[in-house]
Design a protein around this ligand. Sequence first.
Ligand code: PSU
Ligand code: MN
Length: 303
Amino acid sequence: MPIDIPEWLHVHPDVGQALESAKPVVALESTVITHGLPRPVNLDLARWMETEVISVGVQPATVAIIDGIVRFGLSNEELENLALTKEVHKISRRDLATAVAKRQTGGTTVAATIFVAHSIGVQVFATGGIGGVHRGSTGDISADLPELARRPIVVVCSGAKAILDLPRTVEWLETASVPVIGWGTEEFPAFFSRKSGLPVSLSLTTLAEIGAFLRSHWRMGIGSGVLICVPCPEDAAVPREVAEEAIAKAEIEAQESNITGGELTPYLLSRLAELTEGATLRANLELLKNNAHVAATIAKALF
Ligand code: PSU
Ligand code: MN
């Protein structure tokens, strides 16, 4: 089946072939590679996520901008350059045109990746934790939320990043009519931790149930994206109290050093890994791999 590719998007040949033969494709974001994880484990992780997707018989497409070109699917060399180069940008939806015009290289956030995947009709996407409403009164709300609200795409994640104000993030999703599905859980996961004390809008345990839900959602034209929340695998999860204590400490340090805006998330994530002697990093890696696997399973069964 011929596919409609926007003129600004460069599709990797393997991905193009998959799309043409109607093989399922899972999109992967890349800010987690460029800004979410330390080098060089970020490169390992990028490869592990792709391998997880391939192991299910699904085509992965990591999205990034390389020298001003928006890429849907990266070669080994492009992935390596992206992960190991120091001068890379964090590109959210608002930054996409800047990155192209200024020929930048960078990782795309959840918001930017949803935009790109939707432009080529790919509907399943995996990440670690989405952005959301930050703690405190700065008014910092991730562009991930409005993007998720306006594109009919399925995002597999472990909730939102635990450093956020999770109650307000969940409220925001409700206001924007984004269904929040717990995959085998009644609670919105807190990223490194399996529980947050916050409810999901629907808890499902089988692919058939997800299929039935998604069919209604698309058929009725609800229009929003759908969040499928998968808790961090049990043996790698960090207890909520341990994570919370480290987050409180890291937050104060960030305030004292005046770290704000796009720099805040990368700073907090790396500080947390130090404060927990690597436990949050391990949880982060395991949940990312697991989410890639679940997303591929969903793509294979339902798309
Ligand atoms: N989850 C992680 N690490 C990350 C991110 C999420 O474990 O680096 C990234 C995602 O790409 C997400 C972005 O879209 O952080 C949100 O950033 P901001 O809050 O500045 O919108
Ligand atoms: Mn932000």
